[in-house]
Write a protein that binds this ligand. Sequence first.
Ligand code: ADP
Ligand code: ADP
Ligand code: MG
Length: 672
Amino acid sequence: MIKKLLIANRGEIACRVIRTAKRLGIETVAVYSEADRDALHVYMADEAVAIGPAAAAQSYLVMDKIIEAAKETGADAIHPGYGFLSENAAFAKALKKAGIIFVGPNPKAIEAMGDKIESKKLAAAAKVSTVPGYLGVIETPEEAVKIADDIGYPVMIKASAGGGGKGMRIAYSSDEVAEGFASSQSEAKSSFGDDRVFIEKFIEEPRHIEIQVLGDKHGNVIHLGERECSIQRRNQKVLEEAPSPFLDEKTRAAMGAEAVALAKAVDYDSAGTVEFIVDKDKNFYFLEMNTRLQVEHPVTEFVTGLDLVEQMLKVASGEKLGLKQKDVTLTGSAIESRIYAEDPVRNFLPSTGRLVHFRPPFLGTENGITTRLDTGVEEGGEISVYYDPMIAKLVTYAPTRIEAIDAMGQALDAFAIDGFRHNIPFLAVLMRNERWRSGDISTKFIAEEFPDGFAPPVPEGRVRDVLAAVSASIDHLSTTAAGSPSRCTGSLSAFPVTVWSSWATATWSAFGSRAAISRCVRRSAERAPGESERTIELNSNWWFGEPVFEGTVDGEPVAVQVRSILNGVHLTYQGVEVPVRVFTEREANYLAVMPVKEKPDMSKFLLCPMPGLVVSLAVEEGQEVSAGETLCVVEAMKMENVLKSEVDGIVSKIHAEPGDSLNVDAVILEFE
Ligand code: ADP
Ligand code: ADP
Ligand code: MG
């Protein structure tokens, strides 16, 4: 068995691998870049080795530095995690040469599956159903059009070396093929240094369903069922689940058998994933194989009861698989939410900053439901621009899918993350989406359900009652704490609607002690004539300073995020975000006649939408531009963001130059 394991990765996956290694009594070595000096994985490991500057190309991606670190610390094995060097056959070979165990498949399998064209050929040879298409490299746009015409529209143009959703284009006509071919080719060249592209049929409204496989060095390969990952944004996964609500036993077995056949064709000897797309009629087609541990592996761990990292470590050290296909059973339902440092209301732009709050919800098992968090960050830590914006994975496991979804909704509400923008409000809204809850999904789900992007929902019905009750009780606590009379007649002016509360003396006098924000808040919404007042029961032990208001409203558990703002609180609940200020009736009357402060006109400025690095400027001072024209490219968190002009105008002044590191809202240039 492996004695000392080096983890050639960072963030949540490094921490996750360390956890299992420790449980198995294996010593651990972390590697870290300058930006990660204080990162969680460094503290969790028994030893840690610095491997260079923040940029991954100078640290986590440098094989020599990692091999050197392993030699220096006497590590006999390396786990690559995902991303970085995990699917790099040269790295696996170099380790073999250095006498270090690579915790992953043999280099030949990595090589064969690393290329989409080659892997499709291999799959076809192993009698695995592949997406209809042309299994060759396409050289010219004319050739591309001819092939697309033959396949029939729509088609998908893909980079053979592609990954992470890059270099893919959909085309519905020959014109779009010519255009898509050129842009796919150039993106492939710049992202992967390899401009080979191919074309296949675009399967409409498909589901993404993948099979987890597990092999050993003795020729045994089994599968561990499927994960459905259809909830994607721009071909990148957001939610994953196991099992798929769509598969029947027969399809599952057929997909499993093909995945195993493909794995066997390359002597697969570790954990890996065979990705398929599945159409409405349950026809399934091979997409690609990922020869590594997948981000979403925890959902499989829940339903199978296996620890995939443990399995990988065992087979890497030469052990035979401890279980046979018939021993694999799927129990219950697991959902994973990827938590990204991305601002959902600003078109998911990456966000960076200090983790002012990072308070996970309850983790563990309660009432038959388990909540797990895989993360690599801690309160006080920093989200930098250098790495992937995925900061954590929240997973819930329950006897049924709907219970797992409800538990996820609760857990997301109770998860306090503050200091930068993140997608929890978006995920929280998804958990209440009826179509997702019904399981009627496809890879177009997000595009179809949020055609204009994400806007936080307006509080209505029960959500509004909860927010009114919470804000009223917080206000009450603050006024009683300050020694004000506990009796007040006030109006609670919060959302687009005004929620009025007539506080009854008897009701409020019960408030005020920490243990007893318990009684009632009464409201009559909008004071519609004839609408009767309703009593809302609220119970909580919340006290100032706690970022989450947990308790019950009308007997049902709620968790509301609370942040102080001037004269009020900012509340977040089920994806709804509102600043709330509670006023007495007199204050409200005065407020109504206060002049409204106008926002300064910034339309003549191009502002930097997120903290990032200026890559290039496409314009000069004095240049005339029209709306839609590219002005500047800013890089943040591995993504290049092209900033385009929203107006026709003349550039009067440029305030930034390539290489500048800008804060959010920094002025890049000015129009006349
Ligand atoms: P999964 O199928 O496990 O969800 P993804 O395609 O989302 O895999 O990639 C997992 C991680 O690996 C991503 O978070 C990304 O950082 C990294 N990754 C994947 N492909 C690439 C690539 N071509 N270049 C750099 N990083 C990549
Ligand atoms: P990557 O290496 O970037 O993960 P994949 O080939 O796995 O690329 O495709 C990523 C996603 O793109 C899939 O999950 C699916 O949503 C979509 N996709 C890929 N190929 C097709 C296709 N032929 N038809 C429809 N959707 C596709
Ligand atoms: Mg993929």
